[in-house]
Design a protein around this ligand. Structure first.
Ligand code: BDP
Length: 689
């Protein structure tokens, strides 16, 4: 048990559920075995069921899987409209006096998702006596964004090398690609951007297109399309055009020909993801053109093939910004209604950059005429890399459930991205993948839960983090409630713990330079103002926090009036975002009765204490699972505890020195002086290239 099996372990069930499962799904039948997707579904069921039932295949009742193309399924009257294009129906029916379990979709991919859903239910213990399930995904594009480089390093990757063994492609595949596809399909993930948003032009050359095509061939039966990140200046860098000006007809012709070439190799190619004019990446603004000019030109190139363009809104300019948090909105909001209909704008969950906690991005709800997709980061660039146990579903749900008030109460981010608020058909959610060549895929066992949760939320943004954690834990470890209940509670509190020991009460971006590992709140000498932690926390002898109200940058005004009003008032903003929106005096009383300084100190202590509690929980649970995974998790919790203390101590040493406030009595002083923390360097930290 090294974690390679993820949540698809298919271990023997307890006697009762095993016998029931064998009775209901002993032999798998289909009339569509020639379809590669149905074949994949059947193969999965045949691989899974004997292991779970402990009985050889072919005995017991029949499970029939397929689409209405199968006469037996068509005859059943399953009301498949409920399943939509990508969903499924799972039902126990009686035909000619015999019981039959049916898994059906309108398309083969729906049946595949249904098979995985059935296995998800079965792995968790007893199935309902009569199954009658109908599901369909709420969001159309459910994509992983790999930040994988062509040399197999991974930007912000903490789980080994890229799983794409580019050098051996296109001739050699890898069994891992199939297991990757199975895992994604089990969640309904239906697309993968193969390469880093900080893209190289080479990925668009014939050699690399052939490699991507091979990956696409392997993923295709699992309903997963391949996409590529496109480097804006590729035509120039490949020496095939003099300019990359989107309004130059020769440039548009180059991209059209390039798209034609890609589609010849990958007929169902999904399209391009573009990071333009952001953090040094080239883009249309280099030619005094807009994001719209760029996106629409590319969109025209892929349109004849049914492709799309995902244009990222993660931008901040290098001219001294009064507030980086305002820039994406300022640049993109005026472009609403001008994007082509096969363009979707990809917006990070918060206005800065994947911090442990950010308010929802103000663009959600502010561009009603443009489809927006949500981008979250599964890889934990700012939450302790792969070692810290931080379950991210609560963070993503917090954003999905956030009310933009764009069309009055109830205009949640979830409704923006599933298209229901404004009637968009092109909808999506992207997660920056945390997958690499490590045997356990994600660098740690608990980080598998973040991949899992991303997929589940992209399928249904209303699923609760608690429910997702429970189903993941039952499949990944054991369905035993004595294990699942405490482990779920531990997961549910874990992200808040990271917030508490790294960036409590609305602080953000206090990580060390470059690699973003460990504390660096004192850093204030980097070339661009908004690269510096001091820019974000603005601590001085009087107080701390970024004033984003009218007296400051007025970023609050980018939100709809009721939201802006709540954020703008110290009494209503809530302590999650207090210092995000306000500069607060160190001695100002908080609702707890403590001063702000005392409150901050208590948050850092609470974060450390939560990690200690996680260690105790794990010590009591570890004997219930295999030794290999249990030991790795325990050792990572030791790392997390040491580093939580490091974060707490370094932060308190620094903020104590700036504020001149003393630690409240009874509080443990930092182990070292500030200079010691400031001197810590991590020259070989992973993930930054
Ligand atoms: C930041 C990362 C950087 C990415 C950038 C992005 O630090 O490596 O290139 O986001 O999303 O979080 O483009």
């Amino acid at each position: 048990e090294d974690g390679y099996g993820l949540w698809l372990r298919y271990r023997p069930l307890a006697a009762g559920p095993a016998a029931d499962l064998a009775t209901r799904a002993g032999s798998i039948e289909t009339e569509e075995a020639a379809d590669p997707t149905i074949a994949a579904a059947v193969a999965e069921l045949r691989r899974a069921l004997p292991g779970m039932t402990g009985r050889p295949a072919g005995q017991g009742g029949t499970l029939l899987i397929g689409t209405p193309a199968s006469p037996r399924i068509a005859a059943l009257g399953l009301l498949l409209a409920r399943a939509g294009d990508d969903g499924f129906v799972i039902r126990d029916v009686t035909v000619g006096g015999r019981r039959l379990l049916v898994i059906a979709g309108n398309r083969p991919v729906g049946a595949l998702y249904g098979a995985f859903h059935f296995l998800r239910l079965a792995q968790q213990g007893a199935l309902p006596a009569r199954l009658d399930v109908a599901e369909r995904p709420r969001v159309k594009l459910r994509l992983l964004n790999h930040w994988d480089n062509l040399d197999r390093t991974v930007e912000r990757g903490y789980s080994g090398q890229s799983i794409w063994a580019w050098w051996k492609l296109p001739i050699a595949s890898d069994p891992r690609y199939v297991d990757y596809a199975r895992a994604n399909a089990s969640l309904g993930i239906n697309g993968a951007v193969l390469n880093n948003v900080n893209a190289k032009p080479d990925s668009l050359t014939p050699d690399w297109i052939a490699k991507a095509a091979k990956v696409a061939d392997v993923l295709r039966p699992y309903g997963i399309r391949v996409y590529l990140s496109a480097r804006w200046s590729a035509p120039v860098e490949l020496k095939q055009a003099k300019t990359a000006d989107p309004l130059d007809p020769a440039v548009a012709a180059w991209w059209r020909a390039k798209a034609d070439e890609i589609y010849r190799a990958i007929p169902d190619f999904g399209g391009f993801l573009v990071k333009a004019n952001s953090e040094g990446q080239p883009g249309p603004q280099d030619y005094k053109r807009t994001h719209v000019d760029g996106a629409n030109m590319l969109a025209a190139a892929v349109k004849p093939h049914g492709g799309i363009v995902m244009w990222r809104a993660f931008v901040y300019s290098d001219v001294d910004p009064d507030d980086r948090a305002k820039q994406a909105y300022d640049e993109f909001k005026p472009l609403d209604s001008r994007f082509a209909d096969n363009v979707i704008v990809q917006v990070k969950n918060g206005p800065i950059d994947f911090q442990p906690r950010e308010p929802f991005h103000p663009l959600f709800g502010a561009m009603p005429k443009t489809p927006l997709m949500l981008e979250v980061q599964i890889t934990k660039e700012y939450l302790g890399f792969a070692t810290h146990l931080a379950y991210l579903a609560p963070m993503w749900s917090e954003v999905l459930a956030a009310d933009t008030y764009a069309k009055g109460r109830g205009s949640t981010v979830a409704k923006v991205i599933d298209g229901s608020l404004e009637g968009h058909r092109l909808t999506g959610m992207a997660g920056v993948a945390n997958i690499g060549s490590d045997r356990n895929w994600s660098g740690s066992i608990f980080d598998q839960a973040n991949w899992y949760a991303f997929g589940r939320l992209a399928w249904n943004p209303d699923l609760t983090p608690q429910a997702i954690a429970g189903e993941w834990a039952r499949q990944t470890f054991t369905p035993d409630p004595a294990f699942v209940t405490p482990v779920t509670a531990m997961m549910m509190g874990s992200r808040q713990a990271v917030v508490d020991y790294m960036t409590p009460m609305g602080l953000a971006h206090l990580m060390a330079t470059g690699h973003h590992y460990g504390p660096g709140p004192w850093v204030g000498d980097l070339a661009r103002p908004e690269w510096n932690p001091t820019y974000y926390h603005r601590a001085d002898k009087d107080g701390i926090g970024f004033d984003r109200t009218r007296t400051g940058s007025n970023a609050v005004a980018q939100y709809a009036a009721p939201v802006a009003k709540r954020f703008a008032d110290k009494r209503t903003v809530g302590d999650d975002f207090l210092l995000w929106f306000h500069h607060v005096g160190w001695d100002e009383r908080q609702p707890s009765g403590r001063t702000l300084w005392e409150e901050l100190v208590s948050r850092y202590d609470r974060g450390v204490a939560t990690v200690e509690g996680m260690q105790r929980t794990w010590a009591s649970l570890a004997p219930m699972i295999d030794g290999e995974r249990a030991a790795q998790i325990a050792s990572f919790l030791v790392i997390q505890k040491e580093e939580a203390i490091w974060w707490r101590d370094a932060s308190l040493a620094y903020f104590g020195s700036v504020s001149g406030r003393k630690l409240p009595t009874g509080v443990r002083p930092p182990a070292h002086d500030l200079q010691t923390y400031e001197a810590i360097r991590h020259p070989y930290a992973p993930g930054h290239h």
